[in-house]
Write a protein that binds this ligand. Structure first.
Ligand SMILES: [Fe+2]
Ligand SMILES: [Fe+2]
Length: 145
């Protein structure tokens, strides 16, 4: 049993580390777009916005298709937390789509405000996600002692 417990703990730890690393890699993409919206061209803003949107979509896909199902399989009692986190992805994606739509219309000032709201909402989501994953890790450690 100890081996199984150790494997589960290692699996959760790796998933948690991978997600945290991706969160850190999203930050400069938000900053790039924010900088471009302050003084760059509409074309540069489109490029930065599509780059950010693609990275966020890939991150959400990893969580929804790989990490969350793995946690659900190992720890089914956390179904509700996982559903809430996955539910955030819809509103965050919609927020980014609003930024893109405003950029495509040339409304760069509006897009800058929408991006800041989106960035804060993403930060809040990431903090809750990392706290949840960190809690799983320590709960799993206690369980296997
Ligand atoms: Fe997430
Ligand atoms: Fe995430």
């Amino acid at each position: 049993m100890e081996t199984v417990g150790t494997e589960l703990r290692d699996h959760l730890k790796r998933a948690s580390d991978q997600i945290q690393a991706q969160h850190r890699r999203l930050e400069p993409l938000f900053e790039d777009l924010s900088g471009v919206l302050e003084g760059g061209s509409s074309r540069d803003a489109q490029t930065a916005a599509f780059r950010l949107d693609g990275a966020v979509k890939a991150h959400f896909l990893l969580e929804e298709e790989v990490v969350f199902p793995a946690i659900r399989g190992l720890r089914p009692e956390h179904q509700v937390e996982l559903e809430l986190l996955a539910g955030d992805h819809g509103s965050l994606s919609q927020g980014l789509q609003t930024v893109i739509d405003q950029i495509l219309k040339g409304q760069l000032d509006l897009a800058a405000g929408s991006l800041e709201s989106c960035r804060l909402a993403m930060k809040d989501h990431e903090h809750r996600e990392e706290a949840f994953l960190g809690g799983l890790d320590s709960a799993e450690s206690e369980r296997t002692l």
